[in-house]
Design a binder for this molecule. Structure first.
Ligand code: TYD
Length: 132
C-alpha cells in the first residue's frame, strides 16, 4: 500500500456554501469512535512524533494547512494537508509529524478507536524495532 493515501469526501455544496460529508464505514474505511481537533497551533512548533500500533486515523485541515511527514521506517514522504475535503489516512505503524501549521489551521482528525496511550509508540528507535 502506498504511504500516502487520500480520502476525498464529497462536497454537496451549492450557491449557499460548502457542505462536506463523512460517513463511517462508507467513505471513511472504519467505524469512527473518536474525533479531535487542533487549532491555535503555533507555526514554529511541530506536533505528533509518534506512531500507533493499531489505530487508524484520517486528518483533514478543514481550514488552513499544515505539513505532514509520513514515515513507515523505510520510506519518508512529506505532504501538505490543505483542502477541507481531502483527508490523509494515517494507518498503524506510520511515524508521523506535523509541521508548519498556518495561523488559521483547524485540523480535524477522525479516529477508529478511543484514546489509549498504550497504543502509542513515542520513541523513534522503538518504532523502528517494532515495525518489523
Ligand atoms: P499529543 O499526543 O501530544 O498530541 P499530538 O499528537 O498532536 O502531538 O496529545 C496531547 C495530550 O492530549 C496528551 O497528553 C494525550 C492527550 N490526548 C487525549 O487525552 N485524548 C486524545 O484523543 C488525544 C489525541 C490526546
Amino acid at each position: 500500500m502506498s504511504l500516502i493515501e487520500w480520502i476525498e469526501l464529497p462536497n454537496l455544496g451549492d450557491h449557499r456554501g460548502a457542505l462536506i460529508v463523512a460517513e463511517a464505514d462508507k467513505i471513511i474505511p472504519f467505524e469512527i469512535k473518536r474525533l479531535y481537533y487542533i487549532f491555535d497551533a503555533k507555526p514554529d512548533i511541530s506536533r505528533g512524533f509518534h506512531a500507533h500500533k493499531e489505530l487508524n486515523q484520517i486528518a483533514f485541515c478543514i481550514k488552513g494547512k499544515c505539513k505532514m511527514l509520513m514515515d513507515n521506517g523505510i520510506e519518508k514522504q512529506e505532504v501538505w494537508i490543505d483542502q477541507p475535503n481531502k483527508g490523509l489516512l494515517i494507518p498503524p505503524m506510520v511515524w508521523h509529524e506535523m509541521h508548519d501549521f498556518s495561523d488559521d489551521c483547524i485540523m480535524l482528525v477522525l479516529a477508529s478507536d478511543h484514546y489509549d496511550e498504550s497504543d502509542y509508540i513515542r520513541e523513534y528507535d522503538k518504532f523502528l524495532v517494532e515495525r518489523v
